[in-house]
Design a protein around this ligand. Structure first.
Ligand code: SF4
Ligand code: SF4
Length: 399
């Protein structure tokens, strides 16, 4: 099915949103919540059962139509990062969409070579058989099938994955965790990093997610003095853009996506891409806004899974143990509200022992996100609200 007429630019989208909120009297968005605790030994008290309950509560028919294609956007993880949104939850979303006659598929954008990434999804349990729907790459197996969309002051334009650009409706399934640059990663980051491509056919990384990670020419700097020659940067690079010759790092800037993975895995801080965390967080909000601007109003719902909340991104080569106990699942049609509600719950939770939280001596009542990565993580939400992508005020409805 064709996507309806679209591509409101972000400015038009913002004005529409402000008018909508004004006319609706600034109604706080509802965020539906189900706790991870199972207090009775019956299916309805399980997390998959509660997810079904949440999907009924929000009313999928309010957003999606029979015979409408619906993207179920998730992150496939990496070969070593298994703590993602579990396939059973994706399956429950798919089945609920099918029950109302919609036509769902599960998708993510290319992070490593496309076919390898589908194999990662398969190894992490996400395949057609497990989720009961096709599992596809939103920007093609080369990761350069995308469409430029207006973003904002920082990014100008950004390459939105063509499938996400064209599909009329979407369920954004986000695994909540920490992040080395953003402090917190949820729906905004899932849309921003996950809704755009690494590279564009003509303008390369400068039009893709690398433009959020870095600035200017994005020259990767290497400090030979600090380098321990562990070769983790070379091993993690999805494009073989890093090699070593006579113990000297050789970087191929022409093919590099500026994904920043080499910089993040380097334990000795020998590598750096130019850029700063404040710009990174604001550009996440801009890119998320660009993705949202390709949908009509009320065609996206957001599901945040506060489960296996580990300190780092799902694209890293390993997942550490959770720093907070599983809290539950949140659903809303307001991206900023569901993010704020998720963060508020994380801040009220108790840090877990034998985790990075205890290594860092984070105590109950501390701002765990700030203490893990020392990043002003709320900037992404503040900027998203400023851009009219939702409200930080919300009302929790627990089922
Ligand atoms: S930023 Fe680093 S890991 Fe990413 S493509 Fe470039 S060299 Fe490879
Ligand atoms: S990851 Fe860092 S320390 Fe290891 S080889 Fe690369 S630059 Fe050197």
């Amino acid at each position: 099915m064709e996507k309806h007429s679209r591509e409101l630019d972000l400015f038009a989208f913002t004005i529409t949103w402000i008018i909508f909120k004004t006319l609706s009297g600034g109604i706080m968005a509802k965020v539906y919540f189900a706790s991870a605790r199972a207090k009775k030994w019956k299916y309805d008290d399980s997390m998959p059962g509660k997810l079904e309950g949440l999907l009924k509560e929000i009313g999928l028919m309010n957003y999606f139509s029979p015979e409408e294609w619906v993207a179920v956007k998730t992150h496939f993880g990496s070969e070593g990062a298994h703590r993602i949104v579990r396939p059973i939850f994706l399956r429950k979303v798919v089945d609920a969409l099918k029950r109302i006659g919609a036509m769902p598929f599960v998708t993510d954008t290319v992070r490593i070579k496309g076919l390898d990434y589908l194999e990662v999804a398969n190894q992490n349990g996400i395949n057609h058989l497990s989720v009961n729907a096709p599992v596809i790459l939103s920007d093609g197996i080369y990761g350069n099938d995308n469409i430029m969309v207006k973003a904002g002051e920082i990014l100008g334009e950004i390459a939105v994955a063509s499938v996400i650009h064209d599909v009329p409706a979407m369920v954004v399934c986000s695994h909540i965790k920490g992040h080395i640059n953003a402090g917190y990663a949820g729906a905004i980051k899932n849309l921003a990093m996950g809704g755009v491509s690494s590279s564009h056919r003509t303008c390369g990384w400068k039009c893709g997610r690398g433009s959020m990670h870095t600035i200017g020419e994005g020259e990767l700097a290497w400090d030979a003095e600090k380098c321990e020659l562990c070769y983790q940067c070379k091993d993690i690079c999805p494009l073989d853009a890093i090699n070593f010759k006579d113990d000297e790092l050789v970087w191929e800037g022409d093919i590099c996506w500026r994904c920043g993975r080499c910089e993040r895995v380097c334990q000795s801080e020998s590598l750096s891409l130019p850029g700063d965390d404040e710009r990174f967080m604001r550009s996440l909000a801009e890119a998320a806004g660009a993705v949202i601007s390709t949908f009509e109003q009320k065609k996206i719902i957001y599901i945040n899974f506060l489960t296996e909340i580990q300190p780092e991104c799902d694209c890293m080569p390993a997942a550490d143990v959770p720093v907070i106990q599983d809290l539950g699942i949140l659903i809303s049609d307001d991206m900023v509200s569901v993010e704020q509600a998720s963060i508020d719950m994380l801040l009220e939770a108790s840090p877990l022992p034998a985790s990075l939280a205890s290594d860092k001596k984070i105590a109950e009542g501390d701002d765990i996100l700030m203490k893990l990565h020392n990043r002003a993580y709320l900037l992404q939400l503040e900027e998203a609200e400023r851009l009219g992508l939702g409200s930080r005020k919300y009302e929790i409805v627990e089922i």
